[in-house]
Structures are given as C-alpha cells and as structure tokens.
Design a protein around this ligand. Sequence first.
Ligand code: ADP
Ligand code: ADP
Ligand code: ZN
Length: 214
Amino acid sequence: MKIVMLGAPGAGKGTQAKMLADRYGIPHISTGDIFRYNIKNGTALGMEAKTYMDQGKLVPDELTVRILLDRVAKEDCRDGYVLDGFPRTIPQAEVLAGELDKISDRIDFAVNVDVPDENIVRRMGGRRACLSCGATYHVEYAKPAADGICDRCGGELVLRDDDRPETVKSRLAVYHEQTQPLIDYYEKAGVLRTVDGTQDIQVVFDDIVRILEG
Ligand code: ADP
Ligand code: ADP
Ligand code: ZN
C-alpha cells in the first residue's frame, strides 16, 4: 500500500504516518526527517536544505525529488510506504506519479489531515521533536513518559528551529500557496480521502484505518 499524507505543517501527518507504518509494517518516509538528519550530521545536503528550512521556505524541487526517489527505490519500499511531507508541490507529485507509472504502479490513497490554521499555531509551540529518530511529541497532547526524552530511542527532545511562531506563519503561507493545490490534484486522481484532524490522535487514526481498510 502506497500512501501520501497531506495537510498543513502541524496537522498531525507525522504522528499518523508513524502509527500507520507500525500497523502495516511499511516504512514511514519523511523528507523533513531526512533533511534534519543531514543537518544534524553536517552533510552538504543538510547545509543546503537548512538555508531554506530556517526561513520556512521549501527546499527546491530538484534536490527534494532526488532524495525521495533514492529512498523509495530501496528494497524495504517494495510493498509500500507512507510518505509524510512529500509531495509538497505539483511538480513533485508529477515526478512521483511518473516514476510509479514506469512500474505500472500508483499512489493508493492521499490522506488529507484537515486542521484549520488557528489550531496549527497553538499546536506547533508545544511540539517537541526527537532529532535522532524523528518521533514527535506535544507538551500537552502527546507527552513523553519522561520530560525531554524520546520514548522510542532515548534521544533528546527539542523545539525545532522552524517551529517558532514567526516561522510557522511563513510555513502556513507556503502551504496554502504551494501545497494545498495537491488536494485538487489527488481529488482528480480519485484517491483523496479527508479526515478531521482536530479530533484526538487515536480517533483520527481510527478514521484513517477505516478508510484504508473500508
Ligand atoms: P512539518 O512536519 O511541520 O510539515 P516537515 O518536517 O515535513 O515539517 O518539513 C520541514 C521543512 O523541511 C519544510 O518547511 C521544508 O523547508 C522542508 N521540506 C520537507 N519536505 C519537503 C518537500 N517535499 N519539499 C520541499 N521542502 C521540504
Ligand atoms: P505534521 O507532521 O503534520 O507537521 P505532527 O504529527 O508533528 O504534524 O504534529 C504536530 C504537533 O501536534 C505534535 O506536537 C503532535 O504531538 C501534536 N498532534 C498531532 N496530532 C494531534 C491531535 N490529533 N491532537 C492534538 N495534538 C496533535
Ligand atoms: Zn527518538
């Protein structure tokens, strides 16, 4: 099963993508996590991506697409994957569709996690991220067992540089301008499914599972 998660920054794509990956035993692929991992390790890719991410802008399509296609070509992706944060532009979606088409394949579902902008700004200030494994927590809604420490890997939890309120506003603007058109794109492809992302994490998950298995 090949799934794309759509939604504004902070809508809960990553949270749901991880739960889906666990349930179906398929990889969770987050381009944001790949970039952050590279930044943490000081690679050339990381340095380049950081200049865009810190401003709340998108990393250029050419670079992002290359990273993503490399990742989905790996053996563990054969039976499917959950993409989180990719595609974020129409050209990215077109390249992905083109690659899949070469192997007579396609995205099965694009799950749109719908959350209004007002809720987003509140959520992002409370998000804490593990830069080692990519897990995310929330100081109120999804607390780790021990303060500041990742349940999954014991890594340190931090407020991401781009989760400060000023940057969140630019990211939301970028989302509406460049990423929201994908909702129409996947609607036309007949694979769009929308869930109410303002509900509790488990309720959102149950809704998604019902869609995928329904
Ligand atoms: P969020 O989960 O809050 O939406 P991500 O971790 O997905 O954030 O992305 C963080 C940043 O990484 C984005 O603001 C952007 O700069 C960059 N990025 C991630 N995925 C993409 C992509 N598909 N295309 C361009 N830039 C991306
Ligand atoms: P995205 O990947 O779309 O940027 P995340 O999954 O990282 O979003 O979620 C953003 C923040 O909101 C995190 O702190 C997460 O713990 C929290 N969160 C996710 N889903 C919900 C929900 N349904 N209700 C409340 N908080 C949530
Ligand atoms: Zn971790």
